[in-house]
Design a protein around this ligand. Structure first.
Ligand SMILES: Nc1ncnc2c1ncn2[C@@H]1O[C@H](COP(=O)(O)OP(=O)(O)OP(=O)(O)O)[C@@H](O)[C@H]1O
Ligand SMILES: [Mg+2]
Length: 484
């Protein structure tokens, strides 16, 4: 039998989750392994209120703000005071998921007896409070979280580090539609600037979805001050500081300054020493030649036609020696597609009937037409992926081409002669596979697509590249290992 006092407390807890946590929950300091009272910090109180007020919440946070404990205690409160509650706890790995559930178990164990409930099933993945018909379950997140779940509260911890977040949310969605709550919780993962979590966050902030965004800066913990922050600053790189202890959402979401796809030292190692040769080669505007064609040499011309306005945006082309993968020439200018096509044929003919690889983008088709009109039909590179004209420039093929370029540069496997191209490669972003906003990457793309075309020659140009030739099946393997 409960005393009168206990009955009052029970009621107070039922009415007020913050009171329940602040008065009765104990949490473990994972560093010192000490159990302490969970006296809520002001930001924890306001976060709790926001979570209660919204069906969908997305929390972007600095590290170590007690948010995992807060969600664990909130889940436990629902299990105790809302009979029939189902709590789903998602984490990246199975051991992390089990650890989350163990937090629920441990907080429950430390409640005074009058608040505790009878435990039924009790294992790594489930904790059941039998009489209340409530239970918490924990799951790791895998690519195949394809099942559907039912719950009153679903919590996805470290959500930005979950690769299959989109698939997971699809599976959890029916729960929400039936009136449940969903909370996504994470620090930002700087390795993935275009993640699903960040997409949802940005939409939430723009009011384009139904998530309520909550940002918690490093200072959301009362025991942190500027002295503390300065100390972190000294210990971390700026990127790491912004990831772990952002002051603003922008700091949290900014891509790494070191998020460049190609490292500076790789580029230095591949920088050519050649001097441009004057007065050689066909008379084309913007042509720079570093090496004239060798007798018997095989070459590849790679061009990136302007995506925008061809007369004002650059449409560079580079020429590679297919044996050494060294750059021997560059054609730099703003050319209309039909003009560019003609120039490419002239250049290719001079370089011993070189293969011409043109990116298959919106102007690429027009360039291919021009190449054919000028009799360059047999020179056109056919993508082994589909045996059609040019390097296919969809997201997957771009990733593939960029990976090949990264491997080649890292191994010092090519030579790039002009500095403007080196610069474009140096700022090429890993997250977006593009230049940063407002900057160009046309020269970089001509190199990237060119190296990909050298790595995977057209079936009809299989003689090109000699020792570096790989079977075209390779591209199929790539596709399979990447799950395309
Ligand atoms: N109100 C509080 N009073 C005392 N200690 C607290 C409080 N809130 C959190 N802590 C301590 O902060 C630490 C971090 O808690 P928790 O793991 O829940 O935070 P988190 O925000 O999920 O951190 P992470 O970024 O590491 O996931 C724990 O050691 C916990 O004991
Ligand atoms: Mg946490």
């Amino acid at each position: 039998m409960l005393t009168r006092e206990q009955q009052v407390e029970l009621l107070k807890c039922r009415e007020n989750v913050a009171y329940f946590i602040d008065t009765y929950c104990w949490i473990e300091n994972k560093t010192s392994r000490e159990w302490v009272r969970f006296r809520l910090w002001p930001d924890q109180v306001s976060t709790l209120q926001s979570l209660q007020d919204h069906q969908l919440s997305i929390v972007l946070k600095a590290r170590q703000l007690g948010l995992t404990w807060l969600l664990v205690c909130y889940g436990l409160w629902m299990m105790l005071f809302r009979p029939g509650t189902g709590v789903l706890l998602f984490s990246r790995r199975d051991d992390e998921a089990a650890e989350l559930l163990d937090r629920v178990r441990q907080v429950h164990l430390r409640l005074p007896a009058f608040l505790r409930a009878k435990v039924g099933t009790d294992n790594d993945h489930e904790l059941q409070l039998v009489k209340l018909d409530s239970r918490a379950q924990s799951f790791p997140t895998t690519k195949h979280s394809g099942r559907s779940y039912t719950a009153t509260l679903a919590v996805v911890d470290e959500a930005d580090f979950i690769r299959w977040l989109r698939q997971l949310l699809t599976a959890v969605k029916p729960t929400i539609d039936a009136g449940g709550q969903l909370v996504l919780l994470s620090t930002a993962d700087k390795e993935d600037p275009s993640s699903e979590f960040k997409r949802l966050w940005n939409q939430a902030v723009a009011g384009e979805n139904n998530y309520c965004p909550v940002f918690l800066p490093w200072s959301a913990r009362p025991d942190r001050d500027m002295v503390w922050y300065e100390r972190q600053k000294a210990d971390y790189s700026l990127d790491d500081l912004y990831q772990e202890y952002p002051a603003t959402p922008e700091e949290a979401l900014a891509s790494r300054t070191s998020s460049k796809r190609f490292q500076p030292d790789w580029l230095s190692a591949c920088r050519g020493e050649g001097k441009p040769l004057a007065g050689v080669g066909p008379a084309l505007p913007g042509l720079v030649v570093w090496e004239v064609p060798r007798r018997g040499g095989q070459y590849l011309v790679s061009a990136d036609p302007a995506e925008g306005n061809p007369s004002s945006d650059p449409s560079p082309a580079v020429v590679f020696d297919a044996l050494t993968w060294g750059q021997v020439a560059g054609l730099y200018g703003n050319f209309e597609p039909d003009v560019l096509g003609g120039y490419l044929v002239e250049l290719a003919e001079w370089y011993n009937e070189a293969v011409i690889c043109v990116e298959r983008n919106n102007h690429g088709h027009a360039v291919h037409v021009a190449i054919r009109n000028r009799g360059g039909e047999d020179l056109v590179y056919l993508n082994p992926h589909d045996n059609k004209d040019g390097w296919l420039s969809n997201a997957k093929m771009k990733t593939l081409a960029t990976d090949v370029t990264a491997e080649t540069l890292r191994d010092g496997g090519c030579i790039i002669q002009d500095d403007a191209t080196i610069n474009e490669l140096a700022i090429f972003e890993a997250g977006t596979l593009k230049a940063p906003a407002g900057m160009t990457d046309d020269r970089a793309m001509a190199i990237i697509n060119g190296l990909a075309a050298l790595r995977w020659p057209s079936l009809r140009h299989r003689g090109t590249g000699e020792s570096r030739i790989v079977e075209p099946e390779d591209i199929i393997d790539e596709r399979e290992t990447r799950g395309w």
